[in-house]
Write a protein that binds this ligand. Sequence first.
Ligand code: FES
Length: 136
Amino acid sequence: MNISVRSQYQSQIDFDGQTFKAVGPLSLLNRLQEMKRQFGVDPTKWSFNVPKTNDDFLIHELICAVQKKPALAYAHEELCHCRMVPAEKVHQALKQGCRTVNEIARTTLAGTGCGACRKDTEKILGELSTASSLLK
Ligand code: FES
């Protein structure tokens, strides 16, 4: 297994199935060490709260790649282009209790234009709903 994830901030994590190689700020390396200490060296067993920092998003991307799951959009990325709603707003709506695409649309306006982003909202909803701890 050779997995490599890279952020737009030039941070990178490579995982060959046994060892990690990370390039990036000290905060990323510390966060990676913390995950290994907390969950062990096998990222298929790692779980994550809603990522908030760029380091966390990169580690989240690694976990999703290893676990063959779709990764969440980076918090600052625009999820809904019609209403200019960043993914972070959708994450917050989920944490506040929204559990359907329509509830998210009412709360954030994401999906109330052309509707193209509703599939992405569903994906986030599905991803976060599978781990109840993410919604606490
Ligand atoms: S992209 Fe969200 S409604 Fe059009």
